[in-house]
Design a protein around this ligand. Structure first.
Ligand code: CP3
Length: 333
């Protein structure tokens, strides 16, 4: 059985698998090399040959236990026909929403538009380099996609009240997202994803109506994925209550962020846990990295635990520090 599935399904604590969020990304010189020649990020995500090469880059360097496909959560808004652009040093920039158009879309439209992502998974499933490793497919949670689709840029300074003004728009979009995110999950699983991770990067911005924006839409996706026979990991970044989330949504594994004190939740969360380490620790020194990494490994010594970070690895991270991190995790047990 693949390492993460073994941790999740057999609750094996004798080994801590390791992979890193954004492991295929800008901290890798070989990624930057490809990126320099491919200025259109969406086009790069839809080039199944190059996206396979990028997916495998961190595996070749660090032999991580899982490969996460090189793609983006914003491929769904793109697949629905909303313009999505990535500007250098700015992040994503989305175009206007045409709700009438979204409502008329059928499954084939999105499946066709995103077919290179499914080709990528089919090719990876046959690739010897990831044999015996988990192949992680992923989606953005409805809330986080709603945030990008309506706000159009990353809400770095929070959301204004006007965000919530148009309830018809919000309610309709939530329905549309539920339908098409499920389709994207099903397509990834059929193409070979062995695990699905749901990224809810802006969950911390939800202040009221947790049922409407967080619990109900995420539970719907979690139940759907479980029914496909594939384990599902949730990462509701920035929420205050991971214990309550785990009890209500019941994913197969929960990824915690770096503001969460792992000691406080270990006794109250029964499901396997992933992640936690602050990615900024990788910018400090080896000794500190070792101490902070071992802290997580010790706390979760007897709890099914997959080593990962509390958010994506930072572009300025040095390769040597990632090598050191992998060594510390592998040497622990
Ligand atoms: O983890 C991996 O290695 C797989 C690939 C992956 C990417 N994005 C590639 C990417 C994954 C899992 C994502 C998820 C994603 N995308 C999230 C959820 C996780 C998180 O970070 O909170 C979000 C919010 C997005 C949307 C997105 N895509 C943003 C905000 C940005 C710009 C951020 C930045 O750091 O500039 C992206 C671009 C992006 N997605 C890059 C990569 C490697 C950088 C692209 C570049 O080269 O400029």
């Amino acid at each position: 059985m693949t390492p993460i599935k073994n941790c999740i399904l057999n609750r094996d604590t004798s080994f801590n698998p390791i992979w890193l969020m954004r492991q295929a990304g800008r901290y890798l010189p070989e990624f930057r090399e490809i990126r320099k020649k491919n200025t259109n990020f969406i086009k790069l995500c839809l080039d199944s040959k190059l996206s396979e090469e990028i997916t495998l880059q961190p595996i070749e360097r660090f032999d991580f236990d899982a490969a996460i496909i090189f793609s983006d959560i914003l491929m769904i808004p793109y697949g629905l026909g909303q313009e999505v652009e990535f500007k250098k040093n700015f992040g994503p920039n989305l175009g206007n929403i045409d709700l009438d158009k979204f409502e008329k879309l059928n499954d084939e439209f999105l499946t066709n538009k995103l077919s290179p992502i499914y080709d990528l998974l089919k090719n990876l499933s046959k690739n010897e380099k990831v044999k015996n490793k988990d192949l992680i497919g992923f989606v953005g949670a409805p809330w986080t996609l709603l945030v990008y689709m309506i706000n159009k840029v990353s809400p770095k300074s929070g959301l204004s009240n006007s965000f919530f003004k148009n309830t018809t728009l919000i309610n309709n979009l939530l329905n549309i997202l539920d339908k098409f995110i499920k389709l994207h999950i099903k397509n990834q699983v059929r193409a070979g994803a062995t695990i699905i991770q749901i990224f809810d990067s802006w969950a911390g911005l939800i202040k009221t109506d947790f049922d409407k924006y967080l619990y109900k839409p995420t539970l719907s996706l979690v139940d759907y994925t479980k029914n496909l026979g594939v384990p599902v990991i949730c990462f509701p970044r920035g929420i205050k209550n991971y214990v309550e989330f785990s009890k209500i949504v019941k994913p197969n594994m929960i990824n915690i962020d770096y503001n969460t004190d792992p000691k406080k939740l270990i006794d109250d969360i029964d499901i396997p846990i992933q992640g936690g380490l602050d990615p900024k620790i990788l910018l400090t020194d080896r000794n500190n990295l070792k101490t902070q990494t071992r802290k997580y490994l010790e706390i979760f010594n007897n709890h099914p635990y997959v080593f990962n970070l509390g958010h994506g690895i930072l572009p300025e991270t040095k390769i040597e520090m990632v090598e050191e991190l992998v060594r510390v995790v592998r040497d622990f047990k």
